[in-house]
Design a protein around this ligand. Structure first.
Ligand code: APR
Length: 251
């Protein structure tokens, strides 16, 4: 469990930072009802990760879409931001963090009001046609079709998040690396650190001298390698404590 000493150290680091950023993973959305990918109750213990393999998607779009719709639209779509997402958005308004780099595709940072959000793995709001490049908002498409098709060229639409085997969206990558190079503090929330290149982002910051605060109920690959202050606990509990202390120290 995070001790008062750790919370105090984290608050001090945040207040003294000039360019703090957050780096979030699936764990920040767990308390919004979205399970993480890895671990005992993770999505990949129930579903075949092959549905997000690009080649498999093009070979078996009907089977893939059935599962993709269930996980990423029926299930994720109903989720609402939690106290940790709102605390990050408040910290941005207070000028205490400059950007959120997220591996999540669930849109919950934006829904919570965060403005500077770099979606490292894309997002589920948009669908793209891989054949003609036409983009659609999810709301413009009938997700109950066996496979949603492009109005323009009738190609199979693909969610605008990255599948295994795809590269990171160029703009999100560029902005994330730039922010990591500038950062003097990174707050990592709810990530195992097992997925590259995303997990390199906090390391880039660390190499440039940034301090690292990490929030996670479990140790991750970051904990014993780059983390300076480990707040062991759930995202909502730790972020609520942090934001309350930060508000007090601003008065
Ligand atoms: N609060 C904070 N962290 C939590 C909570 C919680 N309430 N519950 C679980 N966690 C932590 C877990 O201990 C774990 O370290 O969240 C982490 C989730 O790990 P992963 O599922 O591996 O998520 P992430 O690191 O974001 O995965 C990266 O993998 O499949 C890809 O593209 C997918 O973006 C995803 C990427």
């Amino acid at each position: 469990m995070a001790t008062g000493v750790n919370i105090d150290s984290a608050v001090e680091l945040i207040i003294n930072s000039k360019f703090a950023i957050a780096f979030t993973g699936a764990g920040i959305s767990v308390e919004s009802g979205i399970p993480p990918f890895r671990g005992k109750d993770g999505l990949w213990s129930k579903y075949d990760p092959n549905v997000l393999d690009l080649n498999n998607f093009f070979l078996n779009p009907i089977d893939s879409w059935k599962v993709i719709k269930e996980i990423f639209y029926d299930f994720f779509g109903a989720a609402k931001p939690n106290a940790a997402h709102f605390a990050l958005s408040e910290m941005e308004k207070m000028g205490l963090i400059k950007a959120v780099i997220t591996q999540n595709i669930d849109n919950l940072h934006t829904d919570a009001g965060s403005k500077e959000v770099y979606e490292f793995h894309g997002n589920s709001r948009m669908l793209v046609c891989p054949y003609c490049g036409h983009n659609y908002l999810t709301s413009e498409v009938n997700l109950n079709d066996i496979v949603p098709l492009c109005n323009q060229c009738h190609g199979v639409l693909k969610p605008d998040f990255i599948f295994f085997g795809e590269s990171i969206p160029a703009l999100a990558y560029q902005k994330s690396v730039e922010a990591a190079e500038k950062a003097d503090l990174v707050i990592i929330i709810g990530s195992t650190g097992e997925v590259v290149p995303a997990s390199m982002i906090p390391s880039v910051a660390k190499q440039n001298g940034a301090q690292i605060i990490e929030i996670n109920p479990e140790k991750s690959l970051f904990t014993s390698t780059i983390t300076d202050v480990f707040l062991q606990g759930k995202a909502t509990e730790m972020m609520t404590q942090l934001i309350n202390e930060l508000k007090k120290s601003k008065i």
